[in-house]
Structures are given as structure tokens and as C-alpha cells.
Design a protein around this ligand. Sequence first.
Ligand code: NAD
Ligand code: LMR
Length: 338
Amino acid sequence: LPASAKCVSSLINTGVRTATRQSSSKPKVALLGASGGIGQPLGLLLKQDPHIANLALYDLVGTPGVAADLSHIDSNCRVKAYTGAKELTACVEGADVVVIPAGVPRKPGMTRDDLFNTNAGIVRDLIEVVAKSAPKAMIAIITNPVNSTVPIAVEVMKNNGVDAKKRVFGVTTLDVVRAQAFVSELKGTDAAKTVVPVIGGHAGITIIPVLSQAEPSLKFSEDEIKKLTPRIQDAGTEVVNAKAGAGSATLSMALAGARFANFLVRAVKGEKIEACSFVASDAVKGVEYFSTKVQIGQSGVEKVLGVGKVTAFEQGLIDAAVPQLQKEIAKGVKFIKG
Ligand code: NAD
Ligand code: LMR
């Protein structure tokens, strides 16, 4: 492997089990919102991913500069810029994976749901074009509020005659990345080998770290669990407050987004990937979407692997998350269905 590929591998290996069946196809990834705080560093990481042959960058502004800059990096992936609504169709045409960080971020004092009024319409309009020009693509949604934008995407695809329930993924990888960072720091384990599932959704109490399933198997005191759980749930707000009005997590999100996009391109190429993601799911009664570990293959989600064995405390977190998830999912569905 060239040095850059080794570097990317080290970023993307944590927490994934794979059954390898490599094919020679080299997927195209379309990145929508490519000039933004997440978009730029995410583009940088995707450009170095040896699994990606073509990277199509779309935004309302700035993509020619970002693409010119990235295209000077000596990796094999080809980068092309698309700017403004007229170029969106050409950007997504033929894409195997569409990654969407387009939309506004939080400022201190806001919830993710406060972004709904702006971001719901952005995701709806982008997915309208994806449904027509890349109906078979895997779609990874980063734009908040994820608990609502994922159902929005599924409903828009459905309106266009496309059943994409198994191919629309809410990116919750940052919650997993954070849990693994905080746990490895606390316990002194190797971060690259520390695996912590985070299930539920991607907002406040819907973010549910399952510390009892951490690998390597670790013992947490009650006090540690009571401190770690809200820290992981509120980690996004920790960054929003530290950035003091300049946006939310961008660098850690770029890593998380690149890691999840890598999972999807490898699935497209024939690997079986296991990862947590917010998807259409029957894992928990009463909610149509839920994040658990899922098995991803060429056709999208092949198996929902479910919640697994949890402690009474973790079951309490799941029960507490359900009403908020129901509300936020219904809000997204209603936005499209009226
Ligand atoms: P940003 O404002 O820095 O960048 C957003 C980009 O989207 C801008 O370049 C903007 O021009 C572009 N954009 C806006 N409307 C668009 C449209 N219609 N088509 C294409 N591009 C459009 O914001 P950011 O920090 O990159 O955050 C983006 C989103 O990601 C926010 O909604 C934020 O809440 C979310 N986010 C999610 C997670 C997660 O874990 N899922 C983590 C961090 C941030
Ligand atoms: C995060 O978890 O960092 C993102 O959802 C951004 C935010 O608003 O917190």
C-alpha cells in the first residue's frame, strides 16, 4: 500500500468486522455540501481512500477551488467540481455512494431540531435529484437533525417510486468515534482496538452508548457509567459551545464521515460490513427507524443485528429515547407526506 492508503486504513479499521469478497469495481462518491466545514476535510479524506475512483464535489459555492486544491494530491482518485443546482444532476449521475453534509450547523443554545426548518428542505431537494439520477445509490446523511432527515430522504425516494429503505443511512459514526475516544482515554486501552456500540438516534437522549458491550470487555463502575453516558450524549454540544458560534464538529465529523463512506464503498464492492447506523429498522418496538449494528452488503442493509443484550440501565435509556425518536421521525415523514 502507498503511505496514504496505510494512513486511511488506520483511520477506518476500528469496530468493523468484514467478510472479504473484493471485486475490481471502483466506486464513484458524490459529496453534497463539499465546500463546508465538514465537506472540505471530508473531501480530503475521501481523496485518499484507495477504494474510491471518482469523487464528485457539489455545493452552491466554492467547489472549483476545493476541487482544484484536492486534485493536486497524489492519490489515484479523480476529483471533479459541480456548482449550483443546474450541475447537481451531473454530479450524482452514476454515483454508487452519495454523502450529504449540506446544511446549516448549530450555534450555542440550539438543539439539532432547531435546524429542521432550514435543513429539511435542503435534504428534500437534494434527494429529489438523487432519486431521479442515482436511484440505486447508497445515501449517507450527515445533515441534522438526522432523526428527521433520514425519514425525509426515504419518503422522497418513495415519492419517486424508489424503495430506498435499505439504502438510506443516518451517519451516527461520530457518536461511536467519541464513545471509543472517551472510553479508551478513561480505561487506558488502545483506541484503535476499542469498540463501543452507540445505538438509538443522533440527538441528546436518543444517543445511547452501550458500554456493557464494549470490546475489549471492560468493567465500568456505576459512577463511570453515570458520567460517561451524558458526556457521549452531549459531546456535540460540548463542541458547539467550545466553537462559540463558529459552528459544530467538523474535523471529527469528517473522520467519522470518511470512515462510514469507506464502509459503504467497500460494501458496494462486495464486502460484508458491520457498523452502527440510523436506518429503517424493526429493532425496537414503536419506532420505524433506529440505530443498531447492521450488516451492510451490495444491496444496502442486509440484516439489522439488533440491540443485543443490554443492562437494565441501558434498557432505561432505550425506553426514554423512544418518545423523542417517534416525534422526530414523524416530523420528517409529515414534512414530505403533508
Ligand atoms: P457548514 O455551514 O460549514 O457547511 C455546510 C455547507 O452546505 C456549505 O458549504 C453550504 O454552502 C452547503 N449547502 C447549503 N445548502 C446547500 C444546498 N442546497 N446544496 C448544497 N450545498 C448546500 O456546516 P457544517 O459544519 O459542514 O455542517 C453541515 C451539517 O452537518 C449541519 O447540519 C450539522 O448539524 C451536521 N452535522 C452532523 C453531524 C453528525 O454526526 N451527523 C456532525 C456534525 C455536523
Ligand atoms: C454532533 O454531534 O457533533 C453533530 O450532530 C453536530 C451538533 O450539532 O452537535
